[in-house]
Design a protein around this ligand. Structure first.
Ligand SMILES: Nc1nc2c(c(=O)[nH]1)N[C@H]1C(S)=C(S)[C@@H](COP(=O)(O)O)O[C@H]1N2
Ligand SMILES: [Mo]
Length: 313
């Protein structure tokens, strides 16, 4: 017999009450709110193995969102397009043991490398970063990771390597969302070499000091805090160095809306909505002003000093 836990009943009740509230609020504000999908009650991710970490000075002092929230409100289309889908569908995913990443393209050290090998000798850092989704919501996320630059240097990129391309696992058996054609699979993202080498760019393997839950991109995902969240590609199986600018899955899906750079910019709107403000979850109201480069301008504006950010969105 199914046991119904009292916490679940409470969640459902809260959810139903909030839905009624949200419907009224939405009608009153004409789109000034973000989607209510995250109030759907889902089980948070099970807690994982603890990681040994040091705190990075690059961390923001803003309070991080709760574990329950960070693991039940996700964008991971490989597990469905609703925010609540990854929490429901990703727990069955088995990040292969061992997980390997193919290193490829314009570099001297090509070949498969295991995650274990990637992590050998790495100091794992707690990095509390702001996260701004292109859809208009934001969160504060306590990642555990290490600078991507550390891995890139080991690959010994050649002088022709101007960009880095990342690819997510393509496995329809494990990732039911890949049966739909919302995006071209596998999910692909890219960075210019100087962005990839920037000390704020990290590969994350954990959340809240624990091994990364599946819905957040286990076992290895990219985090680039001054860019919209979709640049943070999850469950990476391939890293390729290229001479030409990679084409990302979101660029293919809608090039006018999702550019290669995708730097957070309150003055460059999405074709369908303004990017000037954001809803800091769990608030649904877009009352927080969005900052250029998501507030990381002091560190990264120099990368774009010669570029027109309206053209290179
Ligand atoms: N492979 C893959 N990576 C992905 C996505 C995805 O659908 N598939 N969604 C992106 C988007 S839009 C966001 S906002 C972040 C969400 O990360 P989080 O669920 O850990 O908060 O992951 C990004 N990485
Ligand atoms: Mo996003």
């Amino acid at each position: 017999m199914d046991r119904i836990r009292s916490s679940e009943i409470t969640d459902r009740r809260v959810y139903l009450n909030r839905r009624a509230f949200i419907a009224t609020a939405l009608a009153a504000t004409g789109g000034a709110l973000v989607s209510d999908a995250h109030v759907r009650a889902q089980e948070p991710a099970a807690h994982g193995r603890k990681l040994i970490t040091v705190r990075s000075p690059s961390s923001t002092n803003e309070p991080p969102n709760a574990w329950e929230h960070l693991t039940t409100y996700n964008n991971f289309y490989e597990f469905g397009t609703r925010k609540s889908d990854p929490a429901k569908n990703a727990p069955r995913f088995r990040p292969r043991q061992p997980w390997t990443v193919a290193i490829d393209g314009e570099c001297a050290k090509k070949g498969d490398i295991t995650l274990e090998d990637i992590l050998k000798g790495q100091t794992l850092e707690d990095r509390v970063y702001r996260h701004r989704c292109v859809e208009g919501w934001s969160m504060v996320i306590p990642w555990v990771g290490f600078p991507l630059a550390n891995l890139i240097k080991r690959c010994e990129p050649t002088s022709k390597a101007r960009f880095v391309e990342f690819t997510t696992l393509h496995d329809v058996g494990q990732m039911p969302g890949q049966r739909s054609d919302v995006l071209e699979w596998p999910y692909v993202e890219g960075l210019r070499m100087d962005e990839a080498l920037h000390p704020l760019t990290v590969l994350a393997v954990g959340l809240y000091g624990e091994v990364l839950p599946n819905q957040n991109g286990a076992p290895l995902r990219l985090v680039v805090p001054w860019k919209y969240g979709f640049k943070g590609i999850k469950s990476i199986v391939r890293i390729r160095f290229t001479e030409k600018q990679p084409v990302s899955s979101w660029q293919i899906q809608w090039p006018a809306a999702y550019g290669f750079y995708a730097n957070v910019n309150p003055t460059v709107d999405h074709p369908d909505w303004s990017q000037a403000t954001e809803a800091r979850l769990p608030s649904l109201f877009k009352t927080t002003r969005t900052l250029l480069f998501n507030g990381y301008g002091n560190e990264v504006a120099g990368l774009y000093s010669s570029m027109d950010l309206r053209k290179n969105y």
